[in-house]
Every structure is written in structure tokens, then in C-alpha cells.
Design a protein around this ligand. Structure first.
Ligand code: C2E
Ligand code: MG
Ligand code: MG
Length: 912
């Protein structure tokens, strides 16, 4: 991988080396040339010196001999000297003829190779040290050499004339020797300066070449150092880069598939050191095959860690050459985050698709990008159908206006917006929708997407409406409830006050509804109430309000009357309408109602007072005369207050021990013998004196106190029986009245038998008096309860028979042994044919079932007679005895014991 850049980086160094070698060679060549030139100078000088000496010797010989050979020898040597001088002066002139110089050099026997250098030096460096002195010495000999030539000519002339003499020859030789002596030191200096110059030049050349070579080598070395440093630096940088890369990089030999190099990230991810990885096969790093992966294309794979852990990666390979070796460079990128994000995105998308709420994703311009399945289901619009449309295109505010800008401004400002809108479906219909808008933002906090989550609140709204309706209305009849009625009253009073009018409240209570409810069934009772509500509503005018504020208690508000008494007409109509027979299922039920009337401003100035006073008036109507109405008078209020107070005091009566029992004897009609007593409860009120059950038992029932009272009666009765037994009173049956509440309680049977056991009394001593309506309330459990009582040996009497359902089914229940004919039938006897017929029928029926019949409320002899004749077995009534205190009972049954003055005289029946 480094090869190519390295070779490129080393190239300048190579060039520099070549340049350096060339420089050194050039310098060497230059030195050689200089040496050649110097050699030329030396050689020329030696040739010149030799020619000078030979010329003198030849001339001297010629002076003596006059031989032409000597003369020729002189002239030959002289021509050498003259050529040298010519060449020297020609070159020194600055503009010389090359040919002349060349000829002179040839003539002067100058080395041909040194010729150019010598010319160059003489031309340009004639003033250089040594050369300058050498040339000066040479030039100074020119005149003497010229004189030698003139002596030669003289001698030639003399010899030619034959006039030479020994003296003349001696004179001429003297001149020759003198000239030679003058030339010789000059020639020596010339030779010496040339030799010195050559030596100096040789030194200079050596130093110059050596220095240049040294500098070149040093420069090259420096350059090489710098290059290497920079190469090493870049390699380190490369390594650093390679190792610090965030991706794993692996170099793989293309031919063998084996790893050549890895970076640090690759080591870290694989958990193996570079040494361990190098040489291993590249494919071993992954769990998946690399087959089919294309060069340059990213491919997903999974990288294996040393401990078997895996890492999702993306690999991308490219082919490079390391010199001539093809190498595959693989870049492995960790895509864990991307994979995780993709998985999250997929989960989010799936979640989005599967959530029940409709979701719309819109871009920053609010154009729909996608919607989920729930949205399509809700609106009928597919994601494609909405694409490119604004998400608020199909939505309006409940008032019909388009969604205002302020919503989007608020959402864009970072607030979530939630609210109700009306959304259009694809079929053109619309539905109320709860819309929640929020945004998805980028790193710069710019809105990228809008997210709308929506739910169809059609049903929720309907439920809310229903709830509101329920909160304000009676679920059974649909009339307004107490709170809503009070609100209407308050409004009507405010209007009446403003407009100086009257507003009237009617309180309607059904007479004997309880009996209907208990005798038939609650379901029928409910249906009856619905019908009653309908009848009431039918009598009302617009603006009147009807409400149901209790079981069988209805109210009516009549606003805007001139006088309270103006309500009379509607009250009469109501009474008449309610007394019409009602058909419920297959039963025809005749009811009547009592109505109380209270009006603003006469009877109260607020809703609560008007309702309470109308109630009091109703109560008065009911007690005085049923199927009637009363206008409120302040007197009535006292009665109401009394009832309320009674309730408060009743709560404390048990604790204060204000109850006691009286016992009314039951006599055998035929013999007049007392065969049983019935325990009857009395409340000895500290201020009001004795309060009768008819007054306080309904209140105790409504307060939920009756069960505790019944239990007290049962305990007291059992204690009384035990006391009588101890006192030696002959054992008789004792009847106890049981309220529906207690009878229906799961712990009832247990409670009774526990009481009997605690006093060690035989179950046969007790008779439980239970009314038909109490039995009715028990529903399907009645059979089981009665069976249990029967198994325990406890007998049951059906009390007040004939006032309720009068069902044969009850008479046949196990444990039922007695039937008590209600006083309402006895009172009319014997004159009332209807009562007489019913009584006779009841007696016959009881007889056929083997039940003991007991007639209640016998007050007259005639009644006694009739009942006896009709087959009634026992009788109870003031004719025989009022209810008595226990000690009076004891005295009555044990006449032998000392008698105490009796409060009431026992009336013995007249025997026929
Ligand atoms: P009941 O069980 O039908 O009791 C008979 C009622 O008729 C008694 O009234 C009794 O005093 C009255 N009575 C008896 N003979 C005559 C008569 O010749 N003429 C008239 N006019 N009345 C007569 P009382 O004691 O006021 O009880 C009324 C009702 O209160 C009872 O009717 C019974 O249903 C209930 N009650 C009485 N004591 C208890 C009790 O201890 N527990 C429960 N749960 N209810 C009781
Ligand atoms: Mg009774
Ligand atoms: Mg009774």
C-alpha cells in the first residue's frame, strides 16, 4: 500500500543523486581539462626552453664553424620560439585569427589536446597569478631572441662573404653568450612561474572538486534525510489514520484471501490482536458468507467477536495494488446503531399500524405523508388517498369553522394541542373526533413532521350525554331526579320572584304501592312506576317539570301560576288519571295517590322548603284520607318534624332500653282457651309515651334499624318464655313478628336457633309470623329457608294473609302451619258479603291444607260467631284481650297465683 507513494516520494532523491554525480563528473571533467591545459602549458614551456637552448647552441656553433647545418638548426629552433610568441601575442590581441594561431601552435609543437584550454586561458586568464608573471618573463626575452636572429643573419652574411674571422667570431660568440645569459634567468622564471601556476592550479582544482563533491554529497544526504523523515512522518500519519479510523479496516491478499493488515478498530471489534488476525482468512471474521458481494458495493454481514458475540456490520471492499500484489481493502462499518434504529423504527411503525387510535404523519407543510390502519378504518380514507392533502382539509371545529392558525402556531411553538373537531369520512359523513397534535423536530428545533392522533369520540360523547342524563334523571322513569328537580325549582322560584308570580310543587305518593311491589314483584313494581310516570307527564303542560325523588314519590313543578290555588285543576286531573286502572303485563292494578301542594311564595321561598312542605301536605292527605290532596299549612310541618325527630330518637331507643314487649293472647274459638300469645313491640318514649309499631316500624325499616330491633324482640321473647317456664306458667305457643329485612338475611335461621338453644327452648315453642310480602322478597331462597326452619322444627304463620298476593304456593311451603286472616277482612264481618266470601274461601283453603287458621282483630261477638261457624280455629282481638304485659299473661294463665288488678279485662267469648 505504501509502495506507490514511496517510490513517487523517493524519485526527487534519485534525481538529486543523478544531478550530484553529474556535477561531480563535470567537475572532474573540468579538472581534467584544466590539467590537460596545464600540461599543455608545461609541455609548451619545455619545448620553448629546449628550442631556445638549441637555438643558442646552434648559433654559437655556426659562429665558429659557419656550417649551414648549424644555421639551419638555429633557424629551426628560432621558428619554434617565434611561433610561440606569435600565438601568444595573437591571442593576447583579443581578436585573433584561429588559423594563424593553429598554425603557430602546430609549429610550436604544442599538444593538440591542450590547445583549446590554452587558448581559453591565454584569452581570459592572462592576468591570473603566476601566468601573468610567466608571460611577463617570456615577453621580456623577446628582444634578446630577436637579437639572436639578427646575429644569425649577420653571421650568415659574413660567412657568405667569406669574411669571417676568429675575432669576429669571438665577438659574435661573446654577444651570443651575453644574450644567452640575459635570456636564461628569464626563461627560468618563465618555467618556474608556469610550474608554480600549474601546481597552484592543481591544488585549487583538487580543493574545488573536493569541496564541490562534498557539498553535493552533503546536500544530497540532507535531502535524503528530509525525504526519509517526511516518508516516515507520512507513514506514521497513515498508521495513525488507519488505526484511529472509526471503521474497521482489513487488508486482504486477493489471491489467498488471507489478512495482511488490520487496524486497531478491527482488533477491538474482533477481540483479537493484529498478530492473531494477520494470516487468518478474511471470511472467518464473519458469520455469513461473503459470496456474491460486489467490489465497491456495501453488503450487510455479522462480525464475530472472540467470545462469540456478534456485531451487525456493513462491509465495502475495493481492490488496490501493493506494488504488484493485488490487495483487497475491506472497510467494515458498525451498523449496530442503524440496525437498532431500524428495528425501533420497524417496531414503531408496527405499533403505529396496530394502535387503535388513528394516526396521521404530515410534513412541515401539514401535507399528509402517511396514516395508519386505524385511521383508514375510522375515516375510510386510505393513506394514498390523503397523500398530498393537508391534514386539516378534512377537519373542522365543532362550529364548522376551519382549524384556526393559532392552533398551528401553538403546536409549532412546542405545545401539544388537544381538542374536539369534526372529521369528514370518505363517504361524506362526519363524526366528532378528539384530535391531539404534536410535532417531531430536527436538531435545530425546526418542525419536520406533525403527528396527529385521533379518536372517534362519537360513542364517548353519547356516553357522556347518557351520563349527564343519568346524573340528572331517574334511570327507571326518565323523569328528573331530586337534584335536578331542586335546580328547576330554584330557577322557577327566581323567575316567580322576578315576575311576581307563584310556583307550585306537588308531592305525589302512591297509596299502597308497597303492597303492590311486595305482592307482585319488583319488576312489575318498576313497570308500574314507569306507567305512573307516563300518566303524570301526560297531564303536564309545557314548562312543567316532573321528577321522581324516591321509590313511589313523584314531584311536579308548575311554574308561572298566578295563585297557588290555580294548581287545583291539574292536581285533580292527576288524581283522576292515577286512579284509573293500570295494565301491567297481564295484571290490572288499581292504585290511588296522595298529593301534597306547596307554593312559592306562600309556603316557602326555596326549593328544599317547598319540596319538604309539599311532602308534609302529602303526608297529611295520606293519613287523613287516601286518594286526596292537601294544600300545605304550617300545622303539617309539625307532623313532618315529628317524623324526622322520631327517626333521630329511634336510633337511640335500643341503647336506652326504651322498647318492651306486650303479648296478645290467641284463643281457641271453639273453647275460648288461650292457646298462644303474639309478642308485639312497644316503644316507651320518654316524652311521647307509648309509640305503636305502625308509626315507628316503617321508620326503623327505612333507617335499616329493623333487623337489630327484630333480634332484640327474638332475644326478649325467648327470655320471656324461659321466665314463664320457670314461673310454672303452662307452656303455650308464642308468636314473634319477623320483618322482611331480617327474614331475608342469610344469618336469620342461625340467629333464631341460637336464641332457642341459649334458652334451652324446644323449637315448637316459637311461631314465626311472616307476611306474604316478606316471603316474596326472599325470591328463590324462600323454599330453602323454609325447609331449614321445618327441619329445625320451627313453625311459621303467614301474617296478614289476604292483603298481598294470597298465593297458594306460600301456604304449601314447608314449616308453614298457621294462616292469619288479616283484620281488614274481619272488620267487615259478617255484614260485608265480599269480606265474608273471601274469609270463607280462605278458611276452606287453609283447612284443605291442614293449616291452623287464626283470625286477627276480632272485636265483636258477631265476628266471633261468623268465624267459628266458618271453621276458623283461633282468634285474636280486643274481643278477647288487648295486648298484655308479661306478668298479666302469667296471671291470666295461672289463675291460682295471687291476682293483681288487671289493666284490661279479658273478654270471654260467648259460646253458642
Ligand atoms: P300484626 O302482626 O298483624 O299484629 C296485630 C296487630 O293488630 C297489633 O297491633 C295488635 O295490637 C292489633 N290488634 C289486635 N287485636 C286487635 C283488634 O281487635 N282491633 C284492632 N284495631 N287492632 C287489634 P300493633 O301491636 O300495633 O302492631 C302492628 C303491626 O306491627 C303488627 O301487625 C306487626 O306487623 C308489627 N309488629 C308488632 N310488633 C312487632 C315486632 O316485634 N316486630 C316486627 N317486625 N313487627 C311488629
Ligand atoms: Mg303479627
Ligand atoms: Mg297481622
Amino acid at each position: 500500500m505504501l509502495q506507490q507513494p514511496l517510490s513517487r516520494r523517493m524519485l526527487p532523491l534519485a534525481y538529486a543523486l543523478v544531478v550530484m554525480l553529474a556535477t561531480i563528473l563535470g567537475l572532474t571533467w573540468f579538472a581534467l581539462q584544466t590539467q590537460v591545459t596545464l600540461a599543455g602549458f608545461l609541455n609548451s614551456e619545455s619545448v620553448w626552453s629546449k628550442a631556445q637552448k638549441q637555438a643558442v647552441i646552434a648559433l654559437d656553433a655556426y659562429a665558429v664553424t659557419g656550417s649551414p647545418a648549424d644555421l639551419a638548426g638555429f633557424w629551426q629552433n628560432y621558428s619554434v620560439l617565434d611561433s610561440d610568441r606569435l600565438a601568444r601575442d595573437e591571442i593576447a590581441s583579443g581578436s585573433f585569427d584561429q588559423e594563424v594561431v593553429d598554425r603557430a601552435f602546430v609549429h610550436g609543437n604544442v599538444m593538440p589536446t591542450a590547445k583549446p584550454g590554452m587558448i581559453f586561458v591565454l584569452e581570459h586568464f592572462s592576468g591570473a597569478p603566476y601566468l601573468r608573471d610567466a608571460l611577463a618573463a617570456w615577453r621580456s626575452s623577446d628582444a634578446e631572441i630577436a637579437q639572436l636572429a639578427s646575429i644569425a643573419k649577420e653571421l650568415e652574411h659574413t660567412h657568405a662573404a667569406g669574411a669571417s674571422s676568429a675575432e669576429q667570431a669571438a665577438i659574435q660568440r661573446g654577444r651570443i653568450h651575453a644574450l644567452n645569459d640575459s635570456i636564461e634567468p628569464k626563461a627560468n622564471r618563465f618555467s618556474l612561474e608556469i610550474a608554480r601556476g600549474t601546481t597552484w592550479m592543481g591544488h585549487m582544482l583538487f580543493i574545488g572538486v573536493l569541496s564541490a563533491a562534498c557539498i553535493a554529497v552533503l546536500l544530497w544526504l540532507d535531502m535524503a534525510r528530509r525525504t526519509l523523515v517526511s516518508i516516515r512522518g507520512s507513514e506514521e500519519r497513515y498508521r495513525l489514520l488507519f488505526d484511529s479510523a472509526a471503521d474497521a479496516i482489513v487488508m486482504v491478499d486477493e489471491a489467498s484471501g488471507r489478512i495482511l493488515d488490520v487496524n486497531r478498530t478491527a482488533s477491538a471489534w474482533t477481540g483479537r490482536s493484529a498478530d492473531e488476525l494477520v494470516g487468518d482468512r478474511f471470511v472467518h471474521l464473519f458469520t455469513q458468507s461473503m459470496a456474491g458481494q460486489q467490489t465497491g458495493r456495501a453488503a450487510a454481514n455479522v462480525l464475530l467477536g472472540a467470545k462469540g458475540q456478534t456485531r451487525p456490520v456493513e462491509t465495502q471492499t475495493s481492490l488496490v495494488n501493493w506494488g504488484s500484489q493485488p490487495v483487497r481493502q475491506a472497510i467494515i462499518r458498525d451498523i449496530s446503531e442503524r440496525v437498532a434504529m431500524e428495528r425501533e423504527r420497524r417496531i414503531a411503525a408496527e405499533a403505529l399500524a396496530s394502535i387503535a387510535e388513528g394516526v396521521i404523519i404530515a410534513d412541515a407543510g401539514r401535507l399528509v405523508i402517511s396514516t395508519n390502519a386505524a385511521h383508514a378504518e375510522l375515516t375510510g380514507f386510505t393513506s394514498q388517498a390523503l397523500q398530498g392533502r393537508r391534514l386539516d382539509d378534512t377537519r373542522r371545529l365543532p362550529g364548522g369553522q376551519p382549524l384556526p392558525r393559532s392552533i398551528w402556531d401553538s403546536v409549532a411553538a412546542g405545545h401539544n394541542w388537544m381538542g374536539e373537531v369534526v372529521s369528514l369520512r370518505s363517504d361524506g359523513s362526519s363524526y366528532p373526533e378528539h384530535l391531539s397534535l404534536s410535532t417531531i423536530r430536527d436538531a435545530d428545533d425546526q418542525v419536520v413532521y406533525y403527528v396527529a392522533v385521533l379518536t372517534d369520540i362519537h360513542e364517548a360523547k353519547a356516553n357522556q350525554h347518557r351520563l349527564e342524563q343519568m346524573a340528572r334523571h331517574d334511570p327507571l322513569t326518565g323523569l328528573v331526579n331530586r337534584a335536578e328537580f331542586e335546580r328547576h325549582c330554584a330557577e322557577a322560584i327566581a323567575v316567580a320572584e322576578r315576575e311576581r308570580l307563584a310556583a307550585v310543587v306537588l308531592f305525589i305518593d302512591l297509596d299502597a304501592f308497597k303492597i303492590v311491589n311486595d305482592s307482585y314483584s319488583h319488576a312489575i313494581g318498576d313497570r308500574l312506576l314507569v306507567k305512573v310516570a307516563e300518566r303524570i307527564r301526560r297531564q303536564l303542560s309545557e314548562g312543567d317539570v316532573a321528577g321522581r325523588i324516591g321509590g313511589d314519590e313523584f314531584t311536579v313543578l308548575i311554574p308561572r301560576l298566578i295563585l297557588r290555588e290555580d294548581a287545583r285543576a291539574i292536581v285533580s286531573r292527576l288524581l283522576a288519571s292515577l286512579s284509573e286502572p293500570l295494565l301491567v303485563d297481564d295484571y290490572e292494578i288499581v292504585l290511588s295517590a296522595s298529593i301534597g301542594v306547596a307554593g312559592y311564595p306562600l309556603d316557602g321561598d326555596n326549593a328544599l322548603a317547598l319540596i319538604a312542605n309539599a311532602d308534609a301536605a302529602m303526608y297529611a292527605a295520606k293519613t287523613e284520607e287516601r286518594n286526596a290532596f292537601r294544600f300545605y299549612t304550617p300545622m303539617m310541618h309539625a307532623d313532618t318534624r315529628r317524623r324526622l325527630q322520631l327517626a333521630a330518637e329511634l336510633r337511640q331507643a335500643l341503647a336506652r332500653n326504651e322498647f318492651h314487649l306486650v303479648f296478645q293472647p290467641s284463643v281457641e274459638l271453639r273453647s275460648g282457651r288461650i292457646v298462644a300469645v303474639e309478642a308485639l313491640l312497644r316503644w316507651q318514649h320518654p316524652e311521647r309515651g307509648e309509640v305503636l309499631p305502625a308509626e315507628f316500624i316503617p321508620v326503623a325499616e327505612s333507617l335499616g334499624l329493623i333487623r337489630r330491633i327484630d333480634e332484640w324482640v327474638m332475644q326478649t321473647t325467648c327470655a320471656q318464655i324461659q321466665a314463664w317456664d320457670l314461673a310454672g306458667v303452662p307452656p303455650i305457643r308464642v308468636a314473634v313478628n319477623i320483618s322482611a329485612r331480617w327474614f331475608g338475611h342469610p344469618a336469620f335461621v342461625d340467629g333464631v336457633s341460637r336464641n332457642l338453644q341459649s334458652r334451652r327452648l324446644a323449637p315448637g315453642r316459637l311461631l314465626l309470623e311472616i307476611t306474604e310480602s316478606a316471603m316474596l322478597r326472599l325470591g328463590d331462597d324462600i323454599e330453602r329457608t323454609m325447609q331449614t326452619l321445618h327441619t329445625l322444627g320451627i313453625a311459621v304463620a303467614i301474617d296478614d294473609f289476604g292483603t298481598g298476593y294470597s298465593s297458594m304456593a306460600y301456604l304449601k311451603l314447608p314449616a308453614v302451619t298457621c294462616l292469619k286472616i288479616d283484620r281488614s277482612f274481619v272488620t267487615g264481618l259478617p255484614g260485608d258479603g265480599n269480606d265474608a266470601a273471601i274469609t270463607v274461601a280462605m278458611l276452606a283453603m287453609a283447612k284443605s291444607l291442614g293449616l291452623i287458621t287464626i283470625a286477627e282483630g276480632i272485636e265483636t261477638e258477631a265476628q266471633h260467631e261468623f268465624l267459628l261457624r266458618s271453621g276458623c280455629i283461633e282468634g285474636q282481638g280486643y274481643l278477647y284481650s288487648y295486648p298484655l304485659r308479661p306478668e298479666e299473661v302469667q296471671r291470666l294463665l295461672c289463675p291460682s297465683q295471687p291476682s293483681v288488678p288487671m289493666r284490661l279485662k279479658l273478654v270471654p267469648p260467648k259460646r253458642s
